[in-house]
Structures are given as C-alpha cells and as structure tokens.
Design a protein around this ligand. Sequence first.
Ligand SMILES: [Zn+2]
Ligand SMILES: [Zn+2]
Length: 146
Amino acid sequence: MPELKNCKRCGKLFNYVGGNAICNTCRHEEEAEFQRIKKYLMENPGASIYQVASELDIRIDKIKKYLRDGRLEIIGDEGLPVLLCERCGKAIKTGKFCDECSRNMSAEFSKTASKIEEKLRLENGHSQAGSIGMRYLLKDDRRKRR
Ligand SMILES: [Zn+2]
Ligand SMILES: [Zn+2]
C-alpha cells in the first residue's frame, strides 16, 4: 500500500513504496553519484575516501554511507581506517560491523528475533508476526551476499 512520506534528502512528499525513504528524483541523483564513485574507483583502484571526496566533490559522510550500506568497499589495508566496527571499534572495510561481530550478532539476532516474534504472535496474532519475519529474512539475505 503506497504511503506518503517526506523525502529524507530533499524533504518533498512522495509515494513511499519501501526501502530508503527518498523520492525518485533523489534516488536517481544518488544512483548517478554512486555510479560516479564506482567509475572513479575502477579507474583509480585503491583511491582513498578523501581522494574520492575531493576529486568528485562528494561529501565524505555520503561516501561513508555507501560503505555503511555495503555498496562500496575499501580496497587494500593502507591508509587511515575510515570505518570502525560499531560494536568493537576494529577497522573494517564495509558495512557496520567486523566479521567476528556480525557472526556473533547474527547468532544473537536470530535468538532475539524469534523471541520478539513469539511475543508479537502472542500479543497481536499471526499476520503481524509474519510480516516481521519477512523483514528479518531480508536482512539476513543482505548479510550473506557480502
Ligand atoms: Zn528527494
Ligand atoms: Zn567488531
């Protein structure tokens, strides 16, 4: 069911269909920007995040967001660590957590998830618990693809 939301990027109202809460215009702009970064990195393998930011005039925190989303990866071990595991603080190349923490967390996560699901099933009946199960599956899927 479509839902009206304010775009996270430009603030305009748009028909939200799921995923990132940004409008179509911004989605295209972000995609174009992401493609520019990708192209630059293909031509300059191992470029640092600072280099990309200044060459392409893109804010560092935006590039970091792509890294956080797991869409970009830092190649090589040289240079400053730009991303830190949100759990243990170790330098990582992509995503939010280091391999070790993601492993530990997905174990904890599925435990918590089934607990939450059970709770919701008891409180709200089947349909809602079902949709929550779907969301967890999608998250797991993304983690495996990396
Ligand atoms: Zn927008
Ligand atoms: Zn960690």
